[in-house]
Design a protein. Sequence first.
Length: 560
Amino acid sequence: MHKKVKPAKEELLKAASNDLRGSLVEELTNGTPSFTKDSYQLLKFHGLYQQDDRDKRQGKNKEYSFMIRCRIPGGKINAEQYLAHDRLADTHANGKLRITTRQTFQFHGVIKENISETLSQINDLMLTTMGACGDVVRNVMYSPIPDISSKQEIIRKYANEISDKLLPQTKAFHDVWLDGEKVYSGEKEYASVENFYGPTYLPRKFKIGIAEAGDNSIDLYTQDIGIVALFDDSNQLEGFNLIAGGGLGMNHKKSDTFPRLGDHLGFVTEDKLYQTVETIVAIQRDNGDRTNRKQARMKYLIDNWGIEKFRDELEERLGFKLEPFRDMPEFELKLYHGWHRQQDGRWFIGLFIENGRIKNEGELRIKDGLKEIATTIKPGIQLTPHQDIILTDIKEEDREAVENILKENGIPLPDTYSNAVRFAMACPAMPTCGLAITESERVMPQIIREIEHEIAKIGLQDKTITVRMTGCPNGCARPYVADIAFVGQSLEKYSVYVAGASSGDHLSTRYRDLVPFSELTNTVRPLLEQYKNEHTNGETFGDFWRRTGLPQPATQADAK
């Protein structure tokens, strides 16, 4: 007789939450600066994380505030929407905007009494925070390239359709935060019940991204569903390759958790895309692990079943077979920095935003500069998966004005930065992220410039070597596909990972454990030197170390 396994406590909480309402309304006005533990879990579905500033803690007294994340498919907004975000950062947050690695904005430092007004103003912009977090399909990503060849508008159409149709349908969001007023919900009004998700939603978060063939800017293989749009020589859409089962979160102390790249699943024509995507999500909804949150992502389901069994289940539900996965160009990481001409003759400029933080600091006044450009030039705004920003639809006669505003605000053009700095990325981590074990964003500028110096001294400055850092092993800056990654393991100590690929189709190898922050540069310097001396023509840093094997490897247990 099998022992009955209880569902995880989060599953019971969702089921009893009255479609994500819980006691949020009552707690919102109870005079305390925080929500209860149960409500904290429900807040995530509404796009909020309750945090406390560890720099300001006094004993057991916590300095509570909230991170609010928007849902912006593909990171595309207009100048008016950008300026509204800029104002909200000043009036209700900590004065800064943060571009996330999923092409959206986060506000940090919002206090409890300002949540409703912040969400109301976001709603007025025809945007929402609902479903930006929680056990649902998160912000849908797509290749950020502006409309040079008409392909992006096609990709954008399908990304928006997937995002709209998989947005949670509960009315809880506007009942709690907007006093029952109409809330943005994509193309449809909210229903009274969750016909697709059901009362317990998904077992864990779910990530979807659509890429143009050859463009790995969204790290396609790390998505739960990676979709590749394939076009013919006339730029006519042929259909989509599907990749399933990616995901990067893991736990240092649990060997049965691990980063995983997605498997090639098959090809579908455009008329079958949404049905297929929804069915994949439904398989995870019905079969994902609801007893162990550490095993609840779809990557573990596919890893346990195998991609063939998963495909069989998908085809049985669909009532048709997928076509074979089609050949496609090799992927490369594109940043779209600098000036580029669009198909319509106008221009776009991609700007480097270090770690995605839009702020004024000393002579570097990124926030002021972008605000002035949005006010006077009114460009389109495209957030990128690399935490950068692209200003689109700029007229020829406005290019000089844009450059003058950038110069007046001390904002360098991207080509003034080294490859090492431009391709680096870090998660927020300390002091507010509740999962952070150690520092990331606040120390990344120091460590990347140390490595930048070594790269230049060795003579590798023309190479693209991606360096990423996270304050914990959950992988928000997608470290496990970088050439070099530093993953928080304990206070001021990191696991060092090496030999990922900017093409996104190789995971890195765990190389060293518990490396002090002060020793990170010394740890990777010999690897850079050996690569310089022994690599073949055209061989990337990651390619080289996958071919030769890392020296003095970590123990077998550590390498799992």
